[in-house]
Design a protein around this ligand. Sequence first.
Ligand code: GLU
Length: 468
Amino acid sequence: MSQFSFFQSVSNYFDNAAQHLKYPKGLLDQIKVPNNVLSLKFPVKIGSKIEIIEAYRVQHSHHKVPCKGGIRYAMGVNQDEVTALAALMTFKCAIVDVPFGGAKGGIRIEAKNYTDTQLQRITRRYTTELIKKNFIGPGIDVPAPDYGTGAKEMAWILDTYSTFNPNQIDAYGCVTGKPVALGGIRGRTEATGLGVFYGIREFCRLKDEMKALGLTTGVEGKTVVIQGFGNVGYWSAKFFHDAGAIVTGIAEYDGTVYNAKGLDIDALLKHVKATGSIKKFKGAKNLPSAEGLELECDILIPAAIENVIHKGNAKNVKAKIIGEAANGPITPDGEKILLKKKVVILPDTFLNAGGVTVSYFEWLKNLSHVRFGRMDKRFYENSTTLMLDTVERVTNKKVNQRDRKQIVKGADEVDLVYSGLEETMISAFHAIRDTHKRKKDITDLRTAAFVVSIDKIATSYLSLGIFP
Ligand code: GLU
C-alpha cells in the first residue's frame, strides 16, 4: 500500500502542481487545507441495542459557497478519507466550473447490515446533527450520493431538513441526487458514468494521442475493463457498450467476470440482482477479484474506491488508458510506475465530475422552482414548425417526416442535462489538455488538471483582496 495517507496523497498531487504556478505560499496553503472538519458520534437504536455511530462532514473550501459533495456509507470511512475526498471535490468543482467549494461526508457503517428502517434512522439523525451544527442548507453545504448511498438516502435528508425549516422556500436545494418526484433532476442517476464516457470518448477522438498508444481513433471496438458495478461502474459500462466498445471484464469485491467477446451489461445487471453476485454469469469466465485490474484491455476504469492501484500491482496493469471514475483509485507510488510505462491517466478530478455537474443543474432547478425545458420547449417546436412550413412552401419541396420530427423536437429536461454535461466534459478536457501541451514541464494530465483548478481558485481568493 501507499506510504501516504489519502489526504497526504491529494496534498502531494497539489504540491506537484503548485510548483508550476507563481502564487504566494500563504495563498496556496489556504487552498490546500480543509476549512471545517465536523467529527460526530451519535447514538442510534438498532434492534434492542444502542449503537454509537461514527460520522463526519468536512468542508474543504469556502472560496465559493455552498460547499458540495457526497456522503458515503462504508466501513473505510475515517476523518482522513473524508478530508481527502472533500479536497478532491474542491478541485473537481473548479475544473468543471461548478461554483461550489468542496465538501464530503461519511458514516462509518456497512449499509447492507442494516434494514431500511435502521438506515433511515441513522440518516435522519446524521442530518439533524448537520442542521444543529449549521453544516447543511441550500446556501451552506449541499450533500449528494456517494459510495453506498443513493436517491433513497437523499430523500430522507431532504425530508428531515424541510421538517426543521418549514418555511424555507429553497429547502429542496439542501441536497442533490434526490428522486425526480422530490425535486431531483432527470439524468442525475447516470450522470457520473455518462461524464466518464464523454471524457474518455473525447480523448479517444484525438488522432495523435491514439497513434502514440498504438490505437485507432474512436471508442468503437476498444476493449474496456471496469472495476466496480455500482451506480458509476454500471452506467460507465452501459454507455461504452452502447457506443460499440467491447466491455470484456467487470471486477467486483467478490470476483471478476470476463468474456473476450464482450459482456452483455444489462443481462449482467439482471444476474447480479437475481443472485446477489457478479460470479457465475452465463458465458463468462470467473477470475479472482484482484485480477480484474490486470486484464489485457485498451481502457481500464476503476469505478469503486480509492487506492486500488498501488506500488504492488501497478506493474501488472496492461491497459493503455486508465479512466479514474472512482475518487483517488491510484496511489502516488502506483502512478509513478504507470507513467513510466506511458499509460495515460484521465484523472478523477476531471473524469468523474459528471455527478457534481448534474448536481449543480439540480440545485439550479430547485432554486428556480421550474423544470428545465418547461418554458421554451413548445415555443421552439412551434417556431421551427413554422419555419419548415415556410421553407416547404417557398421551395415547393417536402422535408421527410423523420427529419421533420427530429428538427422540430424541443428539448426536454433530460436532453438539456445531457447536452450541458457533454459541453462541460468536453470543454474541461480541452482546458486540461491545452495546459498540458503549453507547459512542457507538466508531464501528466493529473498535474495539468490540478494546475487549471488551483489557478481558478487562486483567482477567486485574489479577487477578494485578502491576499497581497
Ligand atoms: N459523490 C459525487 C462525487 O464524488 C457527487 C458529489 C455531488 O454531486 O455533490 O463527485
